[in-house]
Design a protein around this ligand. Structure first.
Ligand code: HEC
Ligand code: HEC
Length: 344
């Protein structure tokens, strides 16, 4: 096929002008799909920026917001946005007039206080964008623009940021931003990831030839360690963000073999020592032999089951009784220790 004819064919498939395509599609590349239509682009392009670029016009008042809220949001977030069941509370009464004046929520300094969305969020655009984009959870993108304005007005009213007769609209949203209780709470002093001890707030720290492993590591406060399991095992171990080892030291995996101390307290409390000693067969096999046999994570489930439910026949004809009294914490410690041997 001559290149002119190819251009026409591609254009027909693509549904756009020959010139654009003849130049845009490399030789030998098959054309799949079609350009998005304007309607499709508009439906996709919904982000609202902190300066409110992208915000669609509309308005909604606190009462309308309450109505939508009770019908579509309260079942998960509570009538007053204060439920802690499905997700952390969106609003609770910690915001003060002082916070609104300074733009910093003082209660955030108190680690005993429940942190709510309205205490933390600095930009009103985020609240608008998130609700429009993602809520209600079970039917995202089903709300009208006006309903979202009303809902945001209602949440602000629940937090005592605006009065009962408040109407939020595209024309007063920037002025309302100036009341956001934590509007000055954003900081660049710490980031989700740190790079050579500095927060990575630009995301451009390491694009090529990264010194993986030492150059870029994530960091977490102690209380957050392992809150979502061991990050190092969930994040790829190459590239700029290898993920921090967040498991407690005694949670052994194949990355952390060797020096796991014997959980003496758990073994004693469980009465294991009556039948097992560290080395030398007693009623049951010694722990050295057990650890040599079951090194490695793949044995976790098996060992948990055997200790909790007992069993017989692996080491001889004497049964090991079920040990239902060993609580989960102790069981985890014992098993972590048992699998952490070097397999020798
Ligand atoms: C079926 C349960 C459910 C319903 C109904 C629901 N939400 Fe949510 N909402 C959630 C869950 C779960 C999250 C957390 C989602 C996540 O982090 O991925 C959330 C998060 C949010 C957040 C962000 C909170 C934060 O700090 O990140 C806002 C704001 C919110 N919802 C508002 C609403 C509004 C407004 C409605 C009603 C239009 C609504 N939700 C209806 C379950 C629900
Ligand atoms: C009354 C004696 C007795 C007590 C108490 C006892 N065990 Fe055992 N244990 C045995 C015997 C006997 C075996 C060998 C069972 C077999 O051959 O299947 C055994 C086997 C095991 C094995 C190896 C399992 C296998 O299938 O290879 C582990 C692990 C183990 N015990 C852990 C514990 C722990 C942890 C405790 C304390 C919470 C405990 N045992 C308490 C008698 C006991």
């Amino acid at each position: 096929m001559c290149s002119w004819a190819r251009g026409v064919l591609i254009a027909l498939l693509w549904g756009t002008s020959t010139t654009a395509l003849a130049s845009g599609v490399p030789e030998g590349v098959e054309v799949l799909g079609r350009p998005a239509t304007d309607t499709e682009v508009i439906a996709w392009d919904i982000d609202v920026r902190p300066d409110f670029l992208g915000l669609p016009p509309g308005s909604g008042d606190v009462w309308q917001g309450e109505e939508t809220w009770l019908a579509q949001c309260a079942s998960c977030h509570g009538d007053f946005g204060d439920s802690n069941e499905i997700f952390a509370p969106l609003v609770l009464g910690y915001i003060t007039e002082d916070d609104i004046a300074t733009g910093r929520v003082a209660a955030l300094q108190d680690s005993a206080v429940t942190r709510t969305t309205l205490m933390k969020v600095a930009t009103l655009s985020t609240l608008w964008d998130y609700i429009f984009r993602a809520m209600p959870w079970n039917a995202p993108k089903s709300l009208t623009h006006d309903e979202v304005y009303g809902l945001v007005a209602y949440l602000l009213n629940l937090g005592y940021v605006v009065e009962d007769d408040f109407v939020l609209s595209d024309s007063n949203i920037a002025a309302t931003q100036a009341l956001m209780p934590n509007r000055n709470g954003m900081s660049r002093e710490h980031g989700l990831w740190s790079v050579r001890g500095e927060p990575d707030v630009t995301g451009s720290s390491c694009v090529r030839d990264c010194d993986v492993g030492t150059a870029v590591i994530s960091s977490l406060p102690d209380y957050a360690m392992n809150a979502h399991g061991n990050l190092a095992e969930q994040v790829r171990d190459w590239g700029p963000y290898p993920g921090l080892w967040t498991a407690p030291d005694n949670m052994a995996t194949d990355h952390a073999v060797a020096e796991v101390a014997a959980p003496d307290a758990a073994l004693n409390a469980g009465g294991c020592a009556g039948c097992h000693q560290m080395s030398g067969q007693l009623v049951g096999p010694d722990f050295e032999a057990i650890r040599a046999r079951y090194a490695g994570e793949e044995h976790i489930a098996y060992l948990r089951d055997k200790i909790a439910n007992g069993g017989v026949g692996v080491w001889g004809s004497v049964p090991m009784p079920a040990m239902p009294g060993v609580d989960d914490d102790a069981l985890q410690q014992i098993v972590a220790w048992l699998i952490s041997g070097d397999g020798g």
